[in-house]
Design a protein around this ligand. Structure first.
Ligand code: SF4
Length: 105
């Protein structure tokens, strides 16, 4: 499974740069470069300091359903990369994030 790191610390699921969700989806069905993708699972935190409260044992292994079919790591709409970095420091919405690991075919 893919090891996910995420810098979108304004997401309610972000826990010390890991994602508290066991599965996410990445959008970008017509993406040709990283900035045309985004994390569709991004959920704005209510405050900047309370994200992922209550989540314990957050692990990097994450299933990633991905619509970015032009990415070399996309296999049948699932991500097959060993590790993925989602970028989005200071993000207010999903569109402010991106899959920095995207690589065009
Ligand atoms: S690396 Fe490619 S296939 Fe994996 S989540 Fe990012 S855009 Fe999707």
């Amino acid at each position: 499974m893919t090891e996910l790191k995420c810098s979108a610390t304004t997401c309610s699921n972000n826990c010390s740069h890991l994602c508290a969700l066991t599965a996410i989806h990445v959008d970008g069905s017509t993406a040709c470069k990283p900035c045309e993708t985004c994390c569709g699972s991004f959920t704005p935190a209510m405050t900047s300091t309370t994200n992922a409260v209550g989540h314990t044992d957050v692990r990097p292994e994450t299933r990633i359903k991905c619509h970015a079919r032009e990415c070399v790591y996309n296999k049948d709409m699932m991500c097959a990369a060993d590790s993925v970095q989602i970028s989005g420091a200071g993000a207010d919405r999903s569109g402010d994030t991106e899959c920095a690991t995207f690589r065009s075919r």
